[in-house]
Ligand binder design. Structure first.
Ligand code: ZN
Length: 289
């Protein structure tokens, strides 16, 4: 099932997406977090409710990020595709060194924006705004010290994510990426969550980004260094994963800073982020004034 958070007639609602229509199921789940916390029973109730409720056309409503304000920072994996690690090393004339353990960092909750929202950037702060298509994993039932072979029992579903990055800020704050990854309202997510039962092979999904229609990233999740079982087992070794936690699983090669010459986003550009079977985000970069 596909479920989205949307804004319609002055309120925020949760809806089941069916083709180019959306059905308000806020009666059974007042928020996306409530839906995810409710597990399979809530999902089934939403499915039932969707059969009876009023249908709206998707273009009549404004889709928001599935979690407009997540309960925690987004957990992100850095350096999880070999060709991306290689392009980063090459662009800085360093030797290629693959990570031995997953490299974790987080993004502030205020960095999240909707699937079609404008992204405000300020050239006085930086001119190095960059794209990163990523598969996001949404945690379902809570778990701590989850063994690899049981990880998928704790996955609610998936969505498209762009780990929007401010490269000079990311670099200059010595080995800690948090600030460069946390620009306000710049990391789009969505356009909806797709429940895990509809994504039988999350390790075989094409991940794509485009800028102004030009292909920039085009890879497959099978190229990940650390797969989904490894990353959730690793993180849950020390912290309890909870319903609604978001895990961004890393980006492949083709980002702006590593291109020759480097390319960055500027006002007027349109960034598209797409994952096979999950959907497409389209965001215009605008001047933050
Ligand atoms: Zn990333």
């Amino acid at each position: 099932m596909r479920v989205a958070t949307f804004h319609w007639q002055g309120r925020e609602a949760v809806g089941v997406v069916d083709g180019d229509e959306i059905v308000d199921v806020s009666g059974v789940a007042p928020s996306m977090l409530a839906l995810v916390q409710g597990g399979s029973a809530a999902l089934e109730a939403a499915r039932q409710a969707a059969g009876q409720a009023q249908r709206l056309r998707l273009d009549q409503v404004r889709l928001l990020a599935p979690f407009p304000r997540p309960t925690k920072n987004v957990f992100c994996l850095g350096l999880n595709y070999k060709d991306h690690v290689a392009e980063g090393a090459r662009s800085r004339s360093m030797d290629l060194k693959l990570p031995e353990y997953p490299v974790w960092f987080t993004k502030a909750v205020t960095s999240i924006c909707g699937p079609y929202d404008d992204i405000p950037v300020d050239s006085a702060i930086s001119t190095q705004y960059d794209w990163e298509v990523e598969l996001a994993v949404i945690v379902g039932p809570a778990g701590r010290r989850i063994p690899k072979e049981r990880v998928f029992e704790h996955v609610w579903g998936y969505c498209v994510f762009n780990d929007f990055s401010v490269r000079d800020i990311q670099r200059r704050h010595g080995g800690q990426w948090f600030k460069g990854k946390s620009l306000d309202r710049a990391s789009p997510m969505g356009p909806w969550l797709v429940s895990a039962d509809e994504v039988p092979r999350p390790d075989h999904l094409q991940v794509i980004s485009r800028v102004n229609g030009e292909l920039k990233q085009n890879a497959n999740t099978e190229q990940m260094i650390f797969d989904i079982p490894t990353m959730l087992a690793d993180l849950s070794e020390v912290l309890t994963l909870e319903p609604g936690d978001i895990i961004a699983t890393g980006t492949p090669s083709g980002v702006g800073f590593a291109r020759t010459p480097p390319e960055f986003l500027k006002p007027g550009d349109v960034m598209e982020t797409e994952i096979e079977g999950l959907g497409l985000l389209r965001n215009r970069i605008v001047a933050d004034s």
